[in-house]
Write a protein that binds this ligand. Structure first.
Ligand code: GCU
Length: 611
């Protein structure tokens, strides 16, 4: 066959097999509290193929291939060598799941593109049992296929998603294939520009979730807003047997409250209760059971109130100061990489506790669920955020839909965690009417989904006079906190500037400094004026704390950042080496001077607030 004829044949074939604009469906509604359900872990070593040109997904005209022609077909050259295949999962590489690929293979250090993952799992379907494949997260876009069929697509690198496979999973071996692509997109969330490494991969656990025909998919159990003598919330069943009697049980409170779900499987509830309240000093959790006629799920839930009163943040009616720190979701030691297990989360959160924190800002995206649950058990309040970061495409409706979907997934997953007190919709975003509209819609959506928590964003400072600083942002009128990042002493002047600036706020809301900091290489010493020395960091932190003492209505601080983290923006060899060095702890666990300045001040605040 001559070359031109060959391509003609391929193009005709390609045209016939690829439906125009083939779009995979999105995920099914998120199942919450999966750790309490019947699951089959798919974590471990997966077969992989690195596919920078997406050959396994597009034909040579960049049209999506029909599944049978794509890598989802999982064709096996070894089985039939008369057929033309140009890939073989059996002979390519492997990757650990969960885990990013950038830190598993040197060749993938900078890789941004597609990697195909395959897991052959053995299964025995049972009548009356439904099966979902659940992903803790995949950065950034995942297309999922099972037994040669594409089943769906998810966009967003930090939130869970699941697809029902009840009618697709078969007896014996099943071939689960996932195309993960971490390329950045200008219309993405985040966009192409960020100060963190764009780790790609199946970065969190993958599992099968097994449920009854009709099961308890979602629920919200909390102290009733503005009436702490009651617990209220709602339950959502999933399945055809929608109208059922459901019992909410809290054995320690001798509560067993019955409700009836409607024809959509939904029921609201409210009952009197006087639980011991969750707080950082007493992170009290209760066993809560939800039992329907066909399913039962248990969770550990804490009860507390959170509100603001003028410039005060009130937890359980008592004024608190949020003694915090910002944390990126990176492994505590070594060359970076997404943290992916509870043991790593416990190290990071242990450092925060050692510093004297009662609060962590989980930047700049939803962290893995274990991180939130571990923080809840340890008595750490949480600021949880979606990656609406810097220069987002504010006027792009698809970008907005993506952001709102990530916000909804974050709230859906963590709304029963007492320690989460703030949903954040953005970080350091440039002012414009389109940006204000975009963010106002996200704030409204957060309040609609969860009226019980504070909603905010990390804004930026403004100069309103000589050495007179404030926040000038219409968003501050809409959110619950005047929360902002400021770098006086690092990006804005040198540490001595902290001594002479003053802050003024004309909004009667709590002031919250969500970022400040300085870079330092652990163990690098020199004059206090020399950048990247521990002396400079100590000077900046000491003067910053003295400046904070002068800020009216300050209710919280979260220095940037707990630990040095990988960023492609930090390229000074010998000092940064692809790491942002503002960590109070080095990437090898060394506590820097700033760590101890914060520890001392937080100890003082703890006494001042009577904790
Ligand atoms: C910004 C941004 C962070 C970034 C930090 C820095 O405030 O929010 O994501 O890492 O500054 O420049 O180190």
């Amino acid at each position: 066959m001559s070359f031109s004829v060959f391509f003609a044949a391929v193009s005709i074939t390609a045209a016939l097999t690829v439906p125009a604009g083939a779009q995979e469906p999105g995920p099914d509604p998120q199942i919450i509290n999966v750790s309490a359900r019947s699951t089959v872990s798919l974590d471990g070593i997966w077969k992989t193929i690195v596919d920078p040109y997406e050959n396994g997904y597009y034909n040579y005209r960049m049209k999506p291939l029909d599944a049978a022609k794509s890598y989802f077909a999982d064709n096996d050259f070894d089985k039939d060598r008369t057929k033309l295949f140009e890939y073989n999962f059996n002979t390519d590489g492997t990757l650990q799941v969960p885990g990013d690929w950038n830190t598993q293979r040197l060749q993938l250090y900078y890789y941004e593109g597609t990697v195909w993952y395959r897991n052959i799992f053995r299964y025995s379907p049972e009548p009356g049992r439904r099966v979902f494949v659940y992903f803790g997260a995949a950065n950034y876009e995942a297309v999922v296929g099972l037994n040669g069929e594409k089943i769906g697509k998810h966009t967003g690198g930090f939130t869970p998603f699941n697809f029902e496979i009840t009618d697709k999973v078969r007896e014996g071996d099943n071939s689960l294939i996932v195309k993960v692509d971490n390329k950045r997109h200008a219309d993405g969330v985040p966009t192409v520009n960020s100060d963190w490494w764009n780790y790609g991969g199946l970065t969190r656990s993958v599992m099968l979730v097994e449920t009854p025909e009709t099961f308890i998919r979602d629920y919200f159990v909390r102290l009733k807003k503005d009436d702490a003598g009651k617990i209220d919330g709602w339950i959502q069943l999933d399945g055809k047997d929608a109208s059922q009697t459901v019992v909410i049980g809290i054995p320690e409170l001798k509560i067993s409250h019955k409700v009836r779900t409607d024809e959509n499987g939904y029921a609201e509830f409210e009952f009197k209760a006087k639980p011991e309240l969750w707080s950082p000093e007493n992170p009290r959790l209760y066993e809560v059971t939800i039992t329907s006629e066909t399913d039962k799920v248990a969770d550990r839930i804490g009860f507390r109130t959170i509100e603001t009163d003028g410039t005060r943040i009130l937890l359980n009616g008592r004024e608190i100061f949020c003694r915090g720190v910002c944390i990126h979701e990176e492994m505590p030691y070594g060359t970076g990489g997404r943290a992916y297990c509870r043991e790593q989360d416990l190290v990071l959160l242990g450092w925060a506790k050692e510093m004297g924190c009662n609060f962590v800002r989980l930047a700049h995206y939803p962290h893995n669920e274990d991180m939130i649950r571990a923080a809840e058990e340890m008595g750490l309040l949480v600021w949880s955020e979606i990656p609406v970061y810097w220069t987002i495409q504010w006027e792009n409706p698809e970008t907005y839909a993506n952001a709102e979907s990530q916000l909804a997934d974050m709230i859906t997953r963590d709304k029963n965690r007492a320690n989460v007190i703030i949903w954040s919709v953005a970080n350091e975003t440039p002012h414009s009417d389109a940006r204000l509209k975009f963010l106002s819609s996200l704030v409204a959506r957060a309040r609609e989904m969860d009226p019980t928590r504070l909603v905010s964003a990390a804004m930026e400072k403004a100069v309103v006079g000589k050495d007179l600083l404030t926040v000038r942002d219409d968003l501050a009128d809409i959110v619950d906190l005047v929360s902002f990042n400021q770098y006086v002493g690092w990006y804005d002047g040198t540490p001595e500037k902290c001594d002479r600036v003053n802050w003024t706020f004309d909004i009667d809301k709590p002031v919250f400094i969500t970022e400040f900091g300085a870079g330092a290489v652990y163990g690098r010493h020199g004059d206090r004026t020399e950048r990247f020395t521990e002396e400079y960091m100590e000077d900046m932190y000491e003067r910053s704390v003295n400046m904070f003492r002068r800020i009216p209505g300050l209710a919280g601080t979260t220095p940037w950042v707990l630990k040095d983290f990988r960023s492609p923006r930090r390229q000074m060899k010998g000092i940064q080496d692809d790491f942002n060095r503002k960590g109070l702890v080095s990437d090898r666990g060394g506590r820097k001077s700033g760590f101890y300045v914060m520890q001392k001040w937080y100890e003082e605040l703890k006494e001042q607030y009577g904790e």
